[in-house]
Design a protein around this ligand. Sequence first.
Ligand code: 6V0
Length: 332
Amino acid sequence: PTFFRQIQRAAPPSPTKRHTKISVVGAGNVGMAIAQTILTQDVADELVLIDAKADKLRGEMLDLQHAAAFLPRTKIQASVDYALSAGSDLCIVTAGARQIPGESRLNLLQRNVTLFRSIIPPLARYSPEAILLIVSNPVDVLTYVAWKLSGFPSNRVIGSGTNLDSSRFRFLIADHLDVNAQDVQAFIVGEHGDSSVALWSSISVGGVPVLSFLEKQQIAYEKETLENIHKEVIDSAYEVISLKGYTSWAIGYSVANLARSILRDQRKIHPVSVVASGFYGIEGGDVFLSLPAQLGRGGVLGVANVHLTDDEAHQLRDSAKTILEVQNQLGI
Ligand code: 6V0
């Protein structure tokens, strides 16, 4: 129905103003936190939710739609059918099987690979030009799996990787130094989770390199404090999960931030999971690990060749080796 009487024929939308569409697969804790943050940040004209549970999905869709009066305008739809995702610019995958008590990590991974076989091919078929952003864990291996199953070029398959670990790191450093976390530059790279690598020399606050500043002041004990902060980053996911059962808000903001960089062509550098083979002597097969990558409308625009100490490069090669061993058992 036409509510407004037209005073003049409306001009067709400008071809330079792009319509943006995001699909989120998996409407669980993480998928919904990402969806709601994307809505508040005004990055998409259209948001599609896909999940296997039809009732839960419709409930989540209605609940978000009812907030329309308070949000930038975004068309929100949901379906169990991937056809609704057609023409997406960005597909975010958060669907994952839950660990059964006593189940090995490899077995959980196998079940997630089976899940991805039913998710990635239809996503790729309906949105052949999309960028895939993988969040489900173990994120580095599953990003590789998504890359293989989609047949997409590697610049259009990204894992959320250590973007979240790095934001936890920046928060804790900011809290320790009593500064704004947005002024803290600090990168955690490598494998998302237990074996992540903190790049100590990358830490700066407002352009001042923290480590050399502390060394000049001969505050040696501060290095230990920073190392403890990295330990706290690694433990923090476990702590949140043991306290509230899952993590959601920080991963929601961190992935929405990636979505903004990609779709609004921000060309910002984020530590995300990309093909890392060939960097820092990583060899033996294709492996995804987080490195500081520049993100924009084309996906991964480039990977920063940051200086790593011998020890840091060694840690990355170790993670790559472990991941490759796991990948070789998957039959992908
Ligand atoms: P959840 O709340 O159990 O949600 C998972 C959702 O996936 C559920 O709604 C399921 O119905 C849905 N699902 C299952 N199978 C399918 C399928 N075949 N097709 C479509 N949907 C399906 O889990 P939660 O949201 O807490 O976590 C999701 C994933 O994100 C897990 O693998 C987590 O480990 C991972 N995380 C990754 C993080 C990162 O930094 N990369 C951070 C937090 C969680």
